[in-house]
Design a protein around this ligand. Structure first.
Ligand SMILES: [Zn+2]
Length: 260
């Protein structure tokens, strides 16, 4: 357990309120407890996700954003940003990529967690929501290479947002997972955070299902409950240390003692 990797900061980018809780909140909660800064970026406000006949999209968006903020608080995230793209019609456009690049350059995460854009179906009973694929594709394309290229979306520099290279990408996935995070100690937080999405849970108690899924992923490993990822490392330890030094050196000097 002592070699558990904890980034200084992590940003989770997903399509809907509750996606982060289902996918990776046990891991985010562990990082938050260990001192990491955590930001949520939610591409839509899930406004078509409440099917009642007397519900409007405006009202639903308000309810679901409030639920998402509550859930993020339970997990220990400091920031929640909604991009307010249209729920149910999310597209991995250049505009969305730019919005995500803006978030990445602003928060400067060490790790970005996102979905797997290649998952169309899982098993025999599940088709992945097209918004999930779109958010995942836009996130991956924003992380690399866009966010790290100073001459791409260079107008963001006018907002004080400079290029940022993410160190690692955690792709939350059931497939091709190569990294399993022990969430024994945070699964209860994950379940509590899911319960905050009252409009989605309704009478459904997430506990048995979440425990069953997490136990399935933990099978054969020295843990009871796990979340699974494919981890892509974009910056080696050495490069990352060098870069940290560079970011520090880029801070404006306290004294102007450099002559000219
Ligand atoms: Zn979703």
């Amino acid at each position: 357990m002592s070699d558990f990797y904890v980034p200084e900061s992590a940003m989770a980018i997903f399509a809907h309120p509750d996606d982060i809780e289902f996918g990776c909140s046990g891991t985010l909660a562990r990082w938050a407890r260990a001192g990491a800064r955590i930001a949520y970026v939610v591409c839509t406000s899930g406004e078509v996700g409440i099917a009642d006949s007397d519900m409007t999209r405006e009202k639903a968006a308000e309810i679901r954003e409030a639920e998402q903020r509550e859930a993020a608080k339970i997990i220990g995230a400091q920031e929640v940003h909604f991009l307010r793209e249209p729920d149910g019609m999310l597209q991995p456009t250049i505009e969305l990529r730019k919005k995500l690049v803006r978030e990445i350059r602003r928060f400067r995460p060490e790790v970005v967690v996102c979905g797997d854009p290649t998952v169309v179906w899982v098993g025999e009973n599940y088709i992945n929501h097209p918004d999930h694929r779109a958010a995942a594709a836009a996130a991956v394309d924003a992380i690399f290479p866009a966010a790290g290229q100073p001459h791409l979306f260079e107008e963001l520099a006018e907002e004080g947002l400079l290029a940022h290279k993410t160190r690692k990408v955690y792709v939350s996935s059931w497939r091709d997972s190569d990294y399993f995070v022990n969430i024994n100690e945070t699964i209860d937080l994950k379940i509590r955070a899911l319960r905050a999405h009252k409009s989605q849970m309704r009478d459904w108690d997430p506990e048995p299902r979440i425990k069953e899924w997490a136990a399935e992923r933990a099978k054969g490993k020295e843990m009871a409950y796990a979340e699974s990822f494919r981890v892509i490392t974009l910056e080696s330890d050495e490069d990352w240390e060098k870069k940290k030094g560079k970011v520090f050196a880029d801070e404006p000097p306290a004294e102007t003692d450099h002559g000219s």
